[in-house]
Design a protein around this ligand. Structure first.
Ligand SMILES: Nc1ncnc2c1ncn2[C@@H]1O[C@H](COP(=O)(O)OP(=O)(O)OP(=O)(O)O)[C@@H](O)[C@H]1O
Ligand SMILES: [Mg+2]
Length: 305
């Protein structure tokens, strides 16, 4: 990530940020400082608080307690609104306007909007930009929403599950633009359930669970912190037998197919072969971000080891 000048306030600063909805605590005392531009991935299971965090940063949801500062100001202030772009998880836009009309409308809200033709080209919207928004496919609507998030050339860009519903080509194209925008001095806050996406894009990864930050690291850092190796195999061994394997961190199974996270590959493999010389379909790999995320967020009773 790229550091902002020393005199600039943090781009995002949360102090004991808490939001309750009735009895539900969606954000539970979050402390967080983001001073660098780049891509910040906000990960976490359904209901972890990701969208609530984004809505709080936009001034749409008020904290119950604590504070969130955005670009040095209180969320929702006009001076910061014009520096922010956003693609919400759920959006409703005027169905009767064309994509181009929506872009023109949104451009009028910003002091220094992007060149619309260049933006249409960059986001490959040419095929459907003249059609009414209400007649577009789900993926085409998402792509218009993404361009609308970019139209103000924001310093801070929130993308809440931007690639849900996109085909592979559109997803890759969006990734390339996100990388480019982030490399040119914007902080992109990206929520996603695609761990591969976070791995491909994120300079920093924050994992939320039950409204709390449970990890704040680089993708590599999360993998390294998890350490060890992932062993896949097909075996007739019971869970009880597998639990005696040296350095076992966690165990998952689907029928006879077993996935083991272990602290060190070689001793674990030795004890595995001693227990079951007939095991098959063996694979040994470094943990992926998905493995690290699973280990962090899985309910403790299903961790197996
Ligand atoms: N307006 C609201 N009224 C009541 N409860 C809410 C409201 N908004 C969010 N919540 C609750 O707060 C919790 C956090 O929701 P949030 O939408 O922030 O999760 P999320 O991490 O974005 O999940 P997902 O991955 O499903 O999008 C959930 O339990 C949700 O039901
Ligand atoms: Mg959400």
């Amino acid at each position: 990530m790229t550091a902002s000048p020393d005199f600039a306030p943090p781009i995002l600063k949360a102090d004991a940020l808490t939001r309750r909805f009735g009895r539900k605590t969606a954000l539970d005392g979050i402390n967080l400082t983001v001073s660098d531009t780049g891509v910040l991935a906000l990960l976490g299971p359904n209901g972890a608080g990701k969208t609530t965090f984004v809505q709080t940063a936009l001034g749409l949801v008020r904290p119950s307690h604590g504070e969130l500062r955005v670009l040095g100001a209180k969320p929702g202030q006009q001076s910061v609104k014009t520096r922010i772009g956003v693609m919400m998880q759920d959006t409703d836009l005027a169905h009767t306007l064309t994509g181009r009309e929506l872009l023109e409308l949104f451009a009028s809200y910003y002091p220094d909007p992007a060149d619309l033709e260049a933006l249409i080209d960059r986001c490959a919207l040419g095929d459907f930009i003249k059609r009414r928004y209400g007649q577009l496919s789900g993926g085409q609507k998402r792509r218009i929403q993404f361009a609308l998030a970019l139209v103000g050339q924001p310093d801070l860009l929130f993308l809440d599950e931007p690639t849900t519903g996109l085909d592979t080509e559109a997803r890759r194209a969006l990734w390339a633009i996100v990388r480019d925008v982030a490399a040119n001095g914007t902080l992109v806050v990206l929520t996603t359930h695609y761990l591969e996406e976070a791995d491909a894009l994120a300079d920093r990864v924050i994992v939320l669970k039950d409204g709390q930050v449970i990890a704040d690291d680089t993708a590599d850092g999360l993998r390294t912190r998890m350490g060890g190796a992932v062993i896949d195999c097909v075996t007739g061994l019971t869970d009880d037998a597998l639990r005696s394997i040296e350095g076992l961190i966690s165990l998952n199974r689907s029928g006879r197919k077993v996935r083991l996270q272990v602290s060190e590959a070689v001793p674990a493999l030795k004890s595995l072969f001693e227990l079951d010389p007939d095991l098959s379909d063996l694979g040994v790999a470094q943990p992926t971000l998905e493995d690290a995320f699973g280990a962090l967020t899985r309910p403790s009773e299903s961790q197996g080891a």
